[in-house]
Ligand binder design. Structure first.
Ligand code: MG
Length: 376
């Protein structure tokens, strides 16, 4: 029985993780769950599993919570996630919070030799170089994102010297068939209608701009230790091939499945075991699969992320901070879709170089947020 702590239990990946844990109660148990501020939703979501610890990132006067006769310990406040990661009794920490707040608890868990199932992008985008260092100790990192899970599955039992390149697939987002000339004025409603995956709003916008895919290239670089030039992205509108690995002999391995996040979540939690899942089985008869190269004109933000990646950690931290703010402004109707790219490039330009510590990462994040706000 593996004890799983779910950070970000009220989000999209978090709630699906709770479903997965409930469906696999012989192999997995929920020992802790956190929310940012939706305390009622947290309690309601995890009530059937009665975890021994509840965590909220906002201040909360409660020291414990009663599940009938049993009492759960409550951690609250700004550093509650990291405190729990550092001292909690768990086997796997599923980091499914959004934003840069995922980085500190991930580092804390890895530094004490725990396994982290990582669903938080910002951890590797902003702190991949710090995670790399933490992994030199005994901790383990298992990817949850569908693309990285696919690659992780294709690489099982393979030597790293046999790998030629990684091929990440992407759906192209909600605007993939909108004429390029009309993109600049796309509305939040149009952008949020993702064709294949159901996810949170921020990541759905990032899928349309392909900032998300840029982030995934960075994540793949750190997770699988390959240079950027050996990581390719292909548009694949059916979202059936979740990603591929090409080997030195020319063989290509792919992982296929229905687009359902519960599968990669479950694989990360039960790895290296495979167990029956809640996901619908894939039926390929009569289906066609399509692949095409990424059009840089349609997805200028994608290139922006890769350029930032080549300028070092500070540029990525700044780009991530700026993107978060710009997506929020777009969803509020304060800027147009087309401005996301121009402002993203402008907001990232002054930042480059290293961020050697977590504090430096957080300082650049803060500075970049101030700077992007000053541009509007
Ligand atoms: Mg993904």
């Amino acid at each position: 029985m593996k004890k799983v702590a779910v950070l970000g239990a009220t989000g999209s990946v978090g709630t699906q993780a709770i479903e997965v844990i409930r469906a696999n109660s012989a192999a997995l148990c929920l020992c802790a769950a956190s929310c940012h501020r939706q305390w009622e939703k947290l309690v309601e979501t995890v009530a059937p599993l009665r975890p021994a610890t509840l965590i909220t990132a906002t201040e909360n006067a409660l020291l414990s919570y009663a599940w009938g006769e049993e009492r759960a310990t409550v951690y609250s406040g700004k550093d509650a996630l990291t405190r729990y990661a550092r001292e909690g009794d768990y086997d796997i920490l599923l980091v499914a919070v959004t934003g840069i707040h995922g980085l500190a608890p991930t580092l804390a868990a890895l530094e004490r030799g725990k396994t982290v199932a990582l669903a938080n992008k910002e951890t590797l985008v902003c702190g991949g170089h710090l995670v790399e260092k933490a992994l030199e100790k005994v901790g383990k990192l298992v990817p949850v994102d569908s693309e990285h899970s696919a690659i992780h599955q294709c690489l099982k039992g393979e030597e790293s010297a046999s790998v030629e390149k990684l091929i990440l697939t992407c759906s192209g987002g909600a605007l993939r068939s909108v004429p390029i000339a009309d993109l600049a004025k796309a509305t939040p409603q149009e952008v949020l209608a993702h064709p294949n995956w159901s996810m949170g709003n921020k990541i759905t916008v990032d899928c349309a701009t392909m900032v998300n895919k840029g982030f995934e290239v960075v994540e793949a670089h750190y997770l699988f230790n390959l240079p950027y030039e050996n990581i390719e992205v292909l548009l694949h509108p059916e979202s059936t091939v979740h990603s591929m690995v090409e080997f030195v002999d020319g063989a290509v391995m792919a992982q296929l499945g229905t687009p359902d996040m519960r599968l990669p979540i479950q694989y990360a939690l039960t790895y290296p075991l495979r167990l029956p899942s809640l996901c619908a089985k894939l039926s390929l008869a009569g289906k066609s699969l399509h692949f095409q190269a990424v059009d840089g004109e349609r997805y200028p933000c994608f290139g922006e992320v890769l350029r930032a990646a080549c300028r070092g950690p500070a540029a990525l931290v700044a780009l991530n901070a700026a993107d978060e703010y710009l997506v929020e402004q777009f969803l509020l109707g304060h800027i147009q879709y087309g401005q996301i790219h121009t402002l993203l490039a402008k907001a990232t330009a002054p930042f480059s170089g290293d961020c050697a510590t977590l504090d430096e990462v957080l300082a650049v994040d803060e500075k970049a947020r101030e700077y992007v706000r000053s541009l509007l």
